[in-house]
Design a protein around this ligand. Structure first.
Ligand code: IMP
Ligand code: MG
Length: 184
C-alpha cells in the first residue's frame, strides 16, 4: 500500500441508507417470484447485500441468497482483463430470476462475466444492482439495471470496498488520496 489518507467522505451513512431504501422500493416488485435468487459478488458486496436483504424483508420479499467470488487476474498492476471464479455458487439457479449485487461497476468486466456465467448455469433472467458506477472507466460495455450512485473516476473505500483488503468495515464511502514523497 502506498502512503495515503482517507479523509474525504464521499457518501455518508445517511446518504447510503436513504438510497438503499429507494433501490429496495424499486426492486421489491420484481423480487416476489417463487424462484428469485440474490447473488452477492464477494468480497465487496457483503455490506450492501446485507442492507438490501434486510430492507427487502420489511417489504415482504423472501429470496434465496448465495455468493460467488470472482477475481480478475493479471501480472502486477496491469489486469489482463480475464475474470475467474474462485468460489462458485452453491445453489442451483436453473430457471431462476437472478439479481446480481455488487459494490461497484468499474471496467464492467466482472459483471459481464457474471451475467454470462449465470446464464450458462441455467438462470432464466439475470439483473444487476450496484451501489456505485464509475462510467468513465468502462472497458466492457455494460449497464446495470439499478445504480445507487454514479461517481467520478476516484478510488473509493468503505461499505465493503477495500484498498489492499483494508477499510471494508467503514460504514460510509470515502476517497483514497495518495500522498507524495513529502507526505502531503
Ligand atoms: P470491474 O472493473 O467492473 O470488473 O470491477 C472489478 C472490481 O474492482 C469491483 O468489484 C471492485 O471490487 C474493484 N474496484 C473497482 N473500483 C474500485 C474502487 O474505487 N475501490 C475499491 N475497489 C474497486
Ligand atoms: Mg469487488
Amino acid at each position: 500500500m502506498q502512503p495515503h489518507h482517507i479523509r474525504n467522505v464521499l457518501l455518508t451513512e445517511e446518504q447510503i441508507r436513504q438510497r438503499v431504501g429507494d433501490l429496495v422500493r424499486e426492486m421489491a416488485g420484481s423480487c416476489r417470484g417463487d424462484n428469485v435468487v440474490l447473488i452477492g459478488i464477494l468480497r465487496g458486496s457483503f455490506m450492501f447485500l446485507a442492507d438490501l436483504v434486510r430492507a427487502l424483508y420489511r417489504q415482504g420479499v423472501r429470496p434465496r441468497i448465495d455468493f460467488m467470488t470472482l477475481e480478475s487476474y493479471g501480472a502486477g498492476l496491469v489486469s489482463t482483463g480475464a475474470v475467474r471464479v474462485t468460489k462458485d455458487l452453491g445453489l442451483d439457479v436453473t430457471g431462476a430470476e437472478v439479481l446480481v449485487v455488487d459494490d461497484i461497476l468499474d471496467t464492467g468486466r466482472t459483471l459481464s462475466f457474471a451475467r454470462q456465467h449465470l446464464l450458462a448455469l441455467g438462470a432464466r433472467a439475470v439483473r444487476t444492482c450496484v451501489l456505485l458506477d464509475k462510467p468513465a472507466r468502462r472497458v466492457a460495455p455494460f449497464h446495470a439495471d439499478q445504480v445507487g450512485f454514479t461517481i467520478e473516476d476516484r478510488f473509493v473505500v468503505g461499505y465493503g470496498l477495500d484498498y489492499d483488503s483494508h477499510y471494508r468495515e467503514l460504514p460510509y464511502i470515502a476517497c483514497v488520496t495518495l500522498l507524495d514523497s513529502a507526505g502531503v
